[in-house]
Design a protein around this ligand. Sequence first.
Ligand code: 48F
Length: 259
Amino acid sequence: MGLDEIIVTQAIVDRFMEKLKACLKLDVAIVGAGPSGMVAAYYLAKSGHKVAIFERKLSIGGGMWGGGMMFNQIVVQEAGKHILDEFGVRVYPYKEGYFTADAIEATTMICAKACQAGVNIFNCISMEDVVVREGRVCGLVINWSPVETTGLHVDPLTIHAQYLIDATGHHTELIKVIERKADGKLFTPTGKIVGEKSLWAEVAETTTVENTKEAYPGAFVCGMAANACFGSYRMGPIFGGMLLSGKKVAQLIQERLKS
Ligand code: 48F
């Protein structure tokens, strides 16, 4: 069989457009393909919801690839281990209550299972704005990341979604845009982003799950963005809280979508 480069090009363009067009109206749009965003997406897709992740970088995985200081191993505590088990990630006991996993295996297995559960991942696409109607978010404004990084003057496109999730990590980028652009206050004690505190793994791991909630009508926070938004500590390279937070935000939104 001869190979026709035009068929290769047509196949890529057609299939990408099919995928994008199928995602113009979503149940849930997630910003950020780090561990919390991918876990959230997996559980939402598994329960039959239409979900897509928009990730600024070419690679998915956020801070999970690099383990701690590029030693590409992660630590997970007892409470989060069952989630790595569900994704088929091999987990090794270290000391009582502490487990390790290979950061590359954890990232790729979570991503693969999420894709197979029906999650649509759009990499190289950044969230640059939100759609707000009557005090509630109902969509994302997106653009190619190179447009953002090179400062090109190109108008973005729009995605509608019933719920948005900020899974952008330390920078809590989605909520920052909402804080700047939407009328009304965030559901934080100050009505604004409270901001991330210093590193305290024990407290941060608990609060990242507690702070996983709605931060503005229709917009939820998970992972490190939850602690940055509601004002708690960072935790460093321990990932149980990220996984549990992703699962929790999926459950909270599943409940809302049912009602
Ligand atoms: O930072 P990140 O991994 O978020 P997370 O799920 O996990 C945090 C941990 O990795 C680690 C930690 C340890 O426990 O504290 O930091 O909370 O992933 C966030 C992803 O969001 C993308 C970013 O490139 C990264 O992959 N992102 C950030 N802003 C945007 C974005 C944006 N405006 N549009 C699209 N993607």
